[in-house]
Design a protein around this ligand. Structure first.
Ligand code: NAP
Length: 550
């Protein structure tokens, strides 16, 4: 099934490459008469050695390289490979040199693409990443619009980003954006290639036919991109990991890999996902399992940290982490899963500093992983947090503190971001309550805001920022206080069969139960009976911290 999906992807890539070549063909044929004229004019300039004033940077660099006797085609390829100049600066130079478009375009495309694969691979190197910190930051801002969503949409946005010749865009920034988005290398390469080819078409049109040609090229690219964005992810249904029917939970995988024979996954990427003022460091870690470790949304993976325990020299025990992606993984291939892990540190009151000797072994191991590192894993574990998908009108209330957000990210992707039978059928409302210390500590906020903007009726989002907001008594705004603000609606939804989930700090449960009890008292409901009823109807799902310092 998975190889079929890959084959489909390959077919799609070919179709996309054909589309981009069509862009070039259309834009160049539309400007053919001017092309001949421009080429002639440029040739005259070259033959007569006329002095060209106001040379732009591409021409200046080209002239400099030419002075070493380098052939013009190679000069073009070299300047296309350079950041800032790239293909968009090199195409006009090629035409100015008097080279035919059939030579200029391939030379510029090849030149522009040459550094991209090495760049994508080199960015994985931590030292280089640090060195390029400021440039990456700029690229992050420039490429923020590439956004989240299905890989098809990211592909189309990236191709347009690289293809439309605006300041700050291009293949170099596009590659950095793809890296920051954790796009699989092959997808990033094919998207950047399409963008480069499209930019070649547009630049040729602008250079040869002025504004009109540029507008024609841009219009074609905009049309193709809009088509991809609107249909991308919608036309191709994702169903290769579904049960039959999709809600049938009789074959949910449980404990396939055990402590004695764990599965070895490979880290794809590890990324800090909180701002500088967050109270700790939380990372999003994507792990490649090659499709050999399937799981369902709401399940956990066990991780066995390497090394042995200091106290008795025995191997470390397994730590459970809720999986933060849907079963298809963030890249929708079904080959990866993601974890959301907060680095556990120990604040020593005597030293008045973090005590490294008491830091969490497993969370620090995971947050320090590099792409390619091996992770010994067990599971998948647990069925408590699964979504009962049989009735697609079911409302979900999801309550999280901190990294307890993990399973809900998987839920939200499944319900709203993907194109699975489950997402298509879903007609209920999902309501997320997340409690963190401050706005810098919010997790996956950009993704959730995106889902909210696209599904305003079906997705609700409420945050409790304990160190930025106060509850009605003037104390810290904890998650139970936020839920209490909507107690009537929450109770009504539960009466109508909604499922409520709690995940995160164990310490939140007493506060939650006290709050619910006081709401019940106010409504004249017997709390114990009410809770018993919810549990009996399997509407009550709790999974709070398995361990404290890990
Ligand atoms: P955190 O940042 O320490 O806390 C998150 C928020 O919860 C903060 O705003 C914190 O406020 C608040 N909080 C603290 N005590 C609370 C209480 N008694 N009631 C309500 N809110 C309270 O969270 P974290 O470090 O990410 O830790 C999350 C925990 O969830 C970890 O222990 C992790 O192991 C666990 N977890 C469990 C599962 C699972 O069981 N499946 C999955 C994922 C995570 P203040 O800090 O301002 O007091």
């Amino acid at each position: 099934m998975i190889s079929f999906a890959l084959w489909c992807n390959f077919g799609q890539l070919l179709a996309r490459a054909a589309l981009s070549l069509a862009v070039v063909a259309i834009s160049t044929s539309a400007v053919a008469p001017e092309a001949a004229w421009a080429a002639k004019a440029a040739k005259k300039t070259k033959d007569t050695g006329e002095v060209v004033e106001h040379l732009h940077v591409g021409q200046k660099v080209a002239n400099y390289i030419r002075s070493f006797g380098v052939p013009d085609v190679l000069v073009l390829a070299i300047i296309s490979a350079l950041p800032v100049i790239e293909l968009r600066g090199a195409v006009p130079v090629g035409i100015w040199m008097g080279l035919p478009l059939t030579v200029v375009l391939p030379a510029c495309v090849l030149g522009n693409m040459a550094p991209i694969l090495p760049l994508l691979l080199l960015l994985r190197n931590e030292k280089l990443k640090k060195l390029m910190g400021p440039i990456l930051k700029r690229a992050e801002k420039k490429s923020a619009s590439l956004g989240v969503g299905s890989i098809d949409k990211q592909w189309a946005s990236l191709a347009a980003f690289v293809g439309i010749p605006l300041p700050g865009t291009g293949a170099w920034t596009g590659a950095m954006g793809a890296f920051l988005l954790d796009m699989p290398t092959t997808v990033a390469l094919s998207s950047i290639f399409t963008g480069v080819v499209a930019a070649g078409g547009i630049m040729s049109a602008i250079t040869l036919a002025g504004k009109k040609g540029g507008i024609a090229g841009l219009a074609i690219l905009a049309l193709l991109t809009a088509k991809e964005l609107l249909s991308g992810g919608k036309k191709k249904e994702q169903n290769f990991l579904e049960a039959d029917p999709y809600w049938d939970q009789s074959n949910v995988p449980v404990n396939v890999y055990k402590n004695k024979e764990p599965f070895t996954g490979k880290v794809v990427s590890t990324k800090r996902i909180v701002g500088p003022k967050a109270t700790g460091e939380t990372c999003h870690i994507i792990i490649d399992h090659q499709g050999k470790f399937p799981y369902w949304e709401g399940q956990s993976w066990g991780v066995i940290p390497p090394g042995v325990r200091e106290k008795d020299g025995k191997p470390h025990s397994v730590r459970l982490y809720s999986i933060a992606s849907s079963r298809y993984g963030d890249d929708m291939t079904g080959n990866t899963g993601s974890l959301c892990v907060r680095r556990a540190t120990y604040w020593c009151p005597e030293l008045k500093a973090d005590d490294p000797a008491k830091k969490g072994i497993c969370s620090n191991f995971l947050c320090d992983t590099q792409p390619g590192d091996e992770v010994n894993m067990t599971g998948p574990a647990g069925k408590v947090m699964l979504l009962p998908e049989e009735d697609p009108k079911t409302d979900y209330i999801m309550v999280a503190t901190g990294t307890g957000i993990a399973p809900y990210r998987g839920f939200i992707r499944r319900l709203f971001v993907e194109n699975t039978p489950a997402a298509k059928a879903y007609k209920g409302q999902a309501w997320l309550f997340l409690g963190v210390a401050n706005s810098d500590a919010l997790l996956y906020d950009d993704e959730f805001q995106d889902v909210k903007a696209k599904n305003p009726q079906q997705f609700r989002l409420d945050y409790a920022l304990s160190r930025e907001q106060n509850n009605k008594k003037g104390g810290k705004m904890y998650i139970q206080d936020k839920v209490e603000e909507y107690a009537d609606e929450v109770f009504q939804k539960l009466d109508n069969g909604a499922h409520i989930y709690f995940c995160g700090l164990k310490g939140m449960m007493p506060g939650i139960q006290d709050m619910l009890k006081s709401v019940c008292d106010g409504k004249g409901i017997n709390f114990d009976e009410w809770l018993k009823g919810l549990k009996a109807k399997k509407q009550w799902h709790v999974e709070v911290s398995y361990f404290v310092m890990s």
